[in-house]
Write a protein that binds this ligand. Structure first.
Ligand code: NAI
Ligand code: MG
Length: 359
């Protein structure tokens, strides 16, 4: 079968790193005999916005809805278009309309990368953050009263549904089942947030009944954040509500070094809609055009996409190729400046594609 992949570079360095992700995918497709059909999309960018007055074409749901996956770069050029327009007009639409209710980020310390945490080496940090991506604290329920007066009141409600919470928990337990340690950590705050969070804990306990093989623990979000820094080796899969997951899914990758290597996936596990794969970083206007953007976050996102499509062997080959090139170090491999090297985006992408071919 042929997979249809929408390629959406977006803005800034998205245009520099996405081609390297495609190059890695092409190498993996050849090596593992996969058929990938890339469909280039120019929307979800400030260029498109300046030409059309909107971020997306009217029929974007039809265009993208038939894809097997969306391969996304980054969106945003705040000096040209305000960030809330670019983000709400594109990426957040994809996540919502395509019910990508899982946000998944691996936090793995790669060879050759120095962790900001003292004394940590590759192998010490290797876990996933699973964030609920559609409800929870990020609801639009609430309002303002007596605006602009001394009596001004604002309320914003947390919305958690059994459907919404159970499906993210199920995904997290299933992911933990695929990993050797079979360990799941739940982020809670049932001491302070006295209605939704004790209920979250109950849903976790109930779901745990279906997974007796999983060793389960939970931490309040405050000490959990501290433990990411103090004991990152404790974690295997961490599941969290939208807000807690947002924070943990930035802190986790930060513990593993440069933002240039971190990947992420926005997943609709049932595959009713296409899932979206993108690096954690943004469009980096400060380095755009210099050719020095690190393409690894984008290439690792390509590996997550291959895994989602069911090709674990190809996904593993891409990750191993990244590790091999990183392990070679800046003297042997064309690592980009953020990795301490003098390489450019194209050279690093090429080196990784060659390592995939040779795998
Ligand atoms: P950013 O991630 O674009 O950049 C932060 C810093 O990291 C910059 O100094 C940048 O040069 C560096 N950096 C980022 N990616 C890199 C790479 N691959 N290689 C080497 N260095 C890299 O975040 P920032 O500056 O806060 O946002 C810039 C724009 O990107 C904004 O419009 C923002 O809204 C957007 N953004 C979009 C995201 C998305 O599309 N998912 C995510 C984050 C930000
Ligand atoms: Mg965030």
């Amino acid at each position: 079968m042929t997979y249809k992949i929408a390629v959406i570079p977006g803005d800034g360095i998205g245009n520099e790193v996405v081609p390297q992700g495609v190059r890695a995918l092409e190498a993996a497709a050849r090596r593992f005999d996969l058929s990938l059909d890339f469909i280039d999309c120019d929307f979800a960018s400030c260029d498109y916005y300046e030409r059309h007055g909107r971020m997306l074409p009217d029929d974007w749901r039809e265009q993208l809805g038939t894809m097997d996956a969306l391969f996304f770069g980054a969106v945003g050029m705040p000096e040209r278009v305000p960030d809330h327009i670019t983000l709400w007009g594109s990426l957040l639409q994809f996540r919502r309309v395509f019910d990508q209710y899982i946000n998944l980020r691996p936090c793995r310390l790669m060879p050759g990368i120095k962790s900001p945490l003292a004394g940590r080496k590759p192998g010490d940090i290797d876990f996933y953050v699973v964030r609920e991506n559609t409800e929870g604290e990020y609801s639009s329920v609430g309002g303002k009263m007596f605006e602009g007066t001394e009596r001004e009141v604002v309320i914003q409600e947390t919305v958690m549904s059994r459907t919404g919470v159970d499906r993210v928990l199920k995904f997290a337990f299933e992911l933990a089942m695929t990993r050797p340690r079979r360990k799941l950590t739940s982020a809670t705050k049932s001491n302070g947030i006295s209605i939704t969070m004790p209920w979250w804990d109950e849903r976790v306990a109930e779901m745990a009944g279906h997974y007796p093989e999983i060793s389960l623990d939970k931490f309040h979000i405050d000490i959990l954040a501290a433990n990411f820094v103090l004991h990152p080796d404790w974690f295997d899969v961490v599941v969290a509500s939208n807000l807690f997951g947002d924070i943990l899914s930035d802190l986790g990758p930060a513990c593993t070094g440069t933002i240039g290597v971190a990947p992420s996936a926005n997943i609709n596990p049932e595959k009713t809609f296409p899932s979206l794969f993108e690096p954690v970083h943004g469009s980096a206007p400060d380095i755009f055009g210099k050719g020095i953007a690190n393409p690894i976050g984008q290439i690792w996102s390509a590996a997550m996409m291959l895994e989602h499509l069911g090709h674990q062997d190809a996904a593993d080959a891409v990750v191993r190729a990244i590790e091999k090139v990183l392990a070679a170090g800046p003297d042997e491999a064309p690592l980009t400046p953020d990795l301490g090297g003098r390489g450019i985006t194209d050279e690093l992408g090429n080196a990784i594609a060659n390592a995939i071919k040779a795998s």
